[in-house]
Design a protein around this ligand. Structure first.
Ligand code: ATP
Ligand code: LTN
Length: 335
């Protein structure tokens, strides 16, 4: 629990590109719903992003753009602590301690590592392998009770829980064992081109994802091109994974149930479905896109948010790290 008696939330997004509909429906939308009842820490996790090669200027720009997108999605900077991961050095410090308590076997089972290492065999760096330890450090530093993420992060959440318990058992009660929070229906939004793969902002095929900042035109085109099947009937079934994904998105953005949507398109083809779905997506993203463009012209405002955020985050992170250093036997720094 935090000082205000509220339970604590931590979550992060990598500034590895612009946010997709997957990031929004899998994570950001729940953040906006939970922000009133929890003491929330939300981070632009640039240290995670460099586990795959990034152009330095692009990374810097994307970090600020990501902050603007958080706010455009409805994350209130007066209510939440929003900060850049590298501004709080305790993340790297706890990462080291926890990496000495993580087994190689645990990390080599991680599916995200297996997927990403296949994609970039020329860049099989140790950071990509130990990525989940840094994620556990992010969460445990703030003693987060709840972590709202997409279900692609379930395995990483298990490691964070195991490390918290392992540390607590080996030393004494220090960390809170965090719970993952996964939205129903859209905890995994799939690629529009390969519906068995998750939608990802670093996908080399840009038709696979829809960005929150995407123009209305381009959004409609991508939905039109989305892969479906030859069944030709609007149904919600495992045999029609492309369509199921589109229905999930449609449902999450319009608050209509899957059943209502299927009923609405009884006897109609995919063309009508896609056309109306595209209109609904464009309309629900419009306010976010407009607010995002407005915020990008207000750099000083954005800077004031991440400066204030890092100061508040560091205070809490330092308390936890001091306790960890004490328990593991590091001599206290009194100067
Ligand atoms: P990258 O492609 O660079 O690995 P990403 O698009 O997978 O990035 P992250 O920054 O790693 O996004 O994730 C931010 C949040 O968005 C996490 O909580 C993650 O679980 C969620 N998320 C990412 N992709 C999806 C998706 N397709 N469906 C649901 N949630 C998702
Ligand atoms: N690994 C996450 C991003 C992330 C994160 C976190 C999410 C880094 N640290 C802590 C929740 C809590 C991802 O989505 N790939």
């Amino acid at each position: 629990m935090s000082g205000e008696g509220k339970k604590v939330i931590f979550s992060g997004v990598q500034p590895s590109g612009k946010m997709t509909l997957g990031n929004y429906l899998g994570a950001l939308k729940s953040w906006t719903e939970l922000q009133h009842d929890f003491d929330c820490y939300f981070s632009m996790v640039n240290m995670h992003a460099i586990t795959v090669p990034q152009d330095p200027e692009v990374l810097r720009r994307q970090t600020i753009e990501l902050l603007a997108q958080f706010i455009a999605c409805g994350i209130d900077p007066d209510l939440n602590t929003i900060f850049i991961q590298s501004h709080v050095p305790q993340h790297a410090e706890l990462n080291w301690v926890l990496s000495t308590m993580t087994y190689m076997g645990e990390l080599s089972r991680m599916t995200q590592y297996k997927d990403k290492s296949k994609k970039s065999e020329a860049n099989l760096n140790a950071g990509l392998f130990t990525y989940p330890v840094l994620m556990a450090s992010d969460i445990l530093l703030y003693k987060a009770d709840v972590v709202p993420v997409g279900d692609d992060q379930k395995q990483h959440m298990e490691l964070a829980r195991d490390l918290a318990e392992r540390f607590n058992n080996r030393f004494s009660d220090t960390f809170v064992v965090p719970e993952g929070y996964y939205p129903k229906g859209t905890s995994r939004v799939m690629s529009l081109q390969e519906p068995l793969k998750k939608m990802s902002k670093s996908d080399s095929n840009e038709n696979g994802y829809i960005l929150l900042a995407e123009s209305a035109d381009s959004t409609a085109k991508k939905i039109k091109k989305a892969v479906t099947d030859s069944v030709g009937v609007v149904n919600y079934s495992d045999e029609q994974p492309g369509l199921r994904n589109l229905i999930n998105i449609y449902s999450a953005l319009t608050d209509q149930t899957v059943e209502q949507i299927v009923d609405m398109y009884e006897g109609k083809g995919y063309g009508a479905f896609k056309k109306e779905m595209a209109e609904a997506v464009v309309e629900s993203l419009r306010p976010m896109r407009e607010q995002y463009n407005y915020l990008l012209d207000n750099r000083d405002y954005l800077e004031s948010i991440y400066v204030k955020g890092a100061q508040k985050a560091e205070k809490r992170a330092k308390e936890t790290l001091d306790a960890v250093y004490d328990k593991i036997g590091f001599v206290k720094r009194n100067y």
